[in-house]
Design a protein around this ligand. Structure first.
Ligand SMILES: NC(=O)c1ccc[n+]([C@@H]2O[C@H](COP(=O)([O-])OP(=O)(O)OC[C@H]3O[C@@H](n4cnc5c(N)ncnc54)[C@H](OP(=O)(O)O)[C@@H]3O)[C@@H](O)[C@H]2O)c1
Length: 328
């Protein structure tokens, strides 16, 4: 089978498509014929890696895991002994973050625990956009203690045009929030089309300096210090950042919770991420079935153009999700 592989850190040029043996499912595993995969920021961050300290977990000199790709959707081709949840022919999707990656390939093989069933009516492409980014969007709008947004809350999504942002905007709208999206000038129309109430072009306006106050801010890629974003929060407002470079992440990790002790505002890094949590998957399925959440797919690339697809996203062109189609 063909699979995208990389065995060192560096630019996207380290990725190559190779012929490798098709895996055989071991006990408790399923083999899935991939029909569609999608690209996430985490795939691109893995090449640097970014943040730099991620090497401690991924391999100091070179990545321990050579396979790439997190989000996959396809059909169960074979099952190992002891598999109880799936049968050959079932349509499934997964976030392979905790299962050694490998979505950019003709087949993936992983524990049955990695997969959930694709509901009837959902396409493989649509399913492939959800596992990593839409789950992050759900969990960034809910704190560890279960607190979430209320109807009428003023919510700001910084990074509204990327992978997580469009899902976060739509979910916040379904919860009745007044939503502001922040993006670059070329993406203002796209973000408006997601149903936001206001759009901020970050090259023109710094939302931390406008005097506006928000109940909840989701930041997909930190560009402001914690002390600055606190100014944009209402007295009991929440700021959740998902990632960024090392410095803002450390700020969110250490300073955020510390300064939160001194007021009712909560600021910090999302540390309660549960990849592909089945309750949240069911929430997404219900929102999609009700027509309240739409996967915004910008472009599709065939598997043999996986490097071009990664480059397209890395260069900042994507409006929402980019899908890798794996021809049968
Ligand atoms: N905390 C956790 O447990 C956890 C787990 C998994 C992943 N993550 C992180 O979650 C994040 C997922 O984000 P994503 O996939 O949505 O990223 P993305 O698609 O790369 O989107 C990032 C957004 O940042 C915006 N941006 C770029 N420069 C900006 C600036 N100067 N000011 C404001 N916005 C700017 C971009 O907007 P324009 O394109 O319009 O410029 C883009 O929409 C990643 O950082 C990933 O590492 C966190």
């Amino acid at each position: 089978m063909q699979a995208a592989i990389r065995d060192r850190y560096g630019s996207l040029d380290v990725v190559r498509l190779e012929d490798v043996d098709r895996p055989v499912p071991a006990d408790g595993e399923v083999l899935v014929r991939v029909h569609a995969a999608s690209i996430n920021r985490a795939d691109l961050d893995g090449f640097g890696p970014r943040p730099g300290f991620a090497r401690l977990f991924m391999g100091v000199r070179a990545p321990r895991e050579h396979r790439i790709g997190l989000d996959a959707a396809g059909v169960v081709e074979a099952v190992g002994s002891g598999v109880t949840r799936f049968r050959v022919g079932d349509q499934v999707f997964a976030d392979l973050f905790s299962f050694r990656s490998g979505a950019f390939a003709e087949y993936v093989c992983a524990s049955e625990r990695a997969f959930e069933t694709i509901p009837e009516g959902m396409t493989f492409e649509e399913a492939a956009t959800l596992p990593h980014s839409a789950i992050l969007a759900v969990q960034a709008l809910r704190l560890r203690n279960g607190r979430t947004i209320n109807p009428g809350d003023r919510v700001l999504i910084d990074g509204a045009s990327g992978n997580v942002g469009p899902f976060a905007v739509q979910i916040a709208k379904t919860l009745g929030a007044e939503v502001t999206g922040v993006c670059s000038p070329a993406k203002v129309d796209f973000v408006r089309s997601l149903g936001v109430d206001h759009v901020i072009d970050y090259t023109q306006v710094d939302y931390t300096k406008t005097g506006e106050r928000y109940d909840w801010i989701v930041d997909t890629d930190s560009h402001h210090s914690i002390l600055r974003v606190r100014r944009a929060l209402r007295p009991d407002g929440v700021y959740v950042t998902l990632g960024g470079t090392s410095l803002p992440i450390f700020g969110a990790l250490i300073i955020g919770p510390l300064v939160s002790l001194a007021s009712k505002k909560w600021t910090g890094l999302l540390l309660w991420w549960k990849p592909f949590n089945s309750d949240d998957v069911n929430t997404l399925k219900a929102l999609i079935a009700a027509g309240k959440l739409v996967a915004r797919i910008d472009r599709r690339f065939p598997l043999d153009e996986v490097v071009e697809a990664l480059r397209y996203v890395d260069d900042g062109h994507a409006l929402g999700k980019v899908v890798i189609s794996v021809p049968g």
